[in-house]
Design a protein around this ligand. Structure first.
Ligand code: SF4
Length: 300
């Protein structure tokens, strides 16, 4: 029998009271914008890299209005090595929409949050819970894993999120706003610190006596063959990262020849450069004469 919602919640909430990390976007003086920024940064980047970047970012642009007015090149430079820099552009667009449509104040309703650039259902749910203390089903990879193991008895959730998982998460979320918001943070923290993907520390887990997967003898992952592990070396993502790093660190426009030197495969480099231009992450400055070459820089 899987543990009931009440059985699972209490020990995890108690554990969280003691073990929650002291993260700046959880501080009492945080504002909803800071929570939204943290959620966008955390989408594809680990906490250890996000924390210093978030502190620097929020001291430079504490409010949506500050980010909305910033030069885009500065925003991309400040994003630095968090990866997937389109998120920085979306965040600036989001800041502009918050200023234009909401007077610079982050909205709290799900439809208004979901209408912001770069904010999907997960980020909207997280902002509602962590910034406004509202009940919402916050289902990231950590929470999915904790529920898959403890409640469903499987090693890992399926490769894509299902409607059944959302229903399960909804059933396990407490009814009242304040406890539901704490539960969202607590179940996520347990997945990040204890019930980790590769080496769950069941011996220190507050629900080891209730966990369905542990009770079943920790059976193997039935989806293992379908999971693709995405490499990085040699990918377009690596090439795009090299180009962005070159332009971030340059003090002026970079000649095409210098851009070409970052990657040996000219066809792949051209493809990546085109995609960066299309995404608005890089600007191309045409040559002043026929025998000169174009230069590239971050957008202004
Ligand atoms: S007992 Fe192990 S698998 Fe179960 S929830 Fe705790 S850490 Fe995860």
């Amino acid at each position: 029998m899987p543990p009931s919602p009440a059985e699972l919640r209490e020990p995890i909430l108690d554990w969280f009271d003691v073990h929650a990390r002291d993260l700046p976007w959880r501080a009492p003086d945080r504002n909803p914008w800071g929570v939204l920024v943290s959620e966008v940064m955390l989408q594809q980047t680990p906490v250890a890299r996000v924390e210093p970047a978030w502190r620097a970012w929020m001291s430079r642009w504490p409010l949506p209005r500050d980010l909305a007015d910033a030069p885009t090149g500065d925003v991309l430079r400040a994003w630095d090595r968090l990866g997937y820099p389109r998120r920085a552009l979306r965040l600036q667009e989001c800041a502009r929409v918050v200023v234009e449509r909401h007077g610079g104040v982050v909205p709290s309703s799900e439809p208004e949050l979901m209408a912001l650039p770069g904010v999907g259902s997960y980020t909207a749910a997280a902002v509602r819970a962590f910034a406004f203390g509202r009940r919402s089903v916050v289902l990231d990879t950590n929470v999915r894993r904790v529920l898959a193991r403890s409640a469903e008895g499987v090693a890992l959730p399926g490769p894509t999120q299902s409607a059944a998982e959302v229903r399960l998460a909804d059933a396990y979320a407490p009814a009242d706003d304040a406890t539901a918001a704490r539960w969202a943070a607590a179940s996520m923290e347990l997945g990040a610190l204890v019930c980790t993907a590769r080496a769950p520390r069941c011996d220190t887990c507050p629900v080891v006596d209730l966990c369905a997967w542990y009770a079943a003898g920790r059976p193997a992952d039935e989806h293992a063959a379908r999971r693709r592990t995405q490499g990085f070396v040699g990918t377009d993502r690596q090439v795009r990262g090299r180009v962005m790093a070159l332009l971030r660190e340059a003090i002026g426009p970079v000649p095409a020849q210098a851009v070409a030197a970052v990657w040996p495969d000219a066809i792949q480099l051209t493809r990546c450069l085109e995609s960066l231009l299309t995404d608005g992450l890089v600007a191309k400055i045409p040559p002043l004469s026929d025998d000169a070459e174009p230069t590239y820089c971050l957008p202004h």
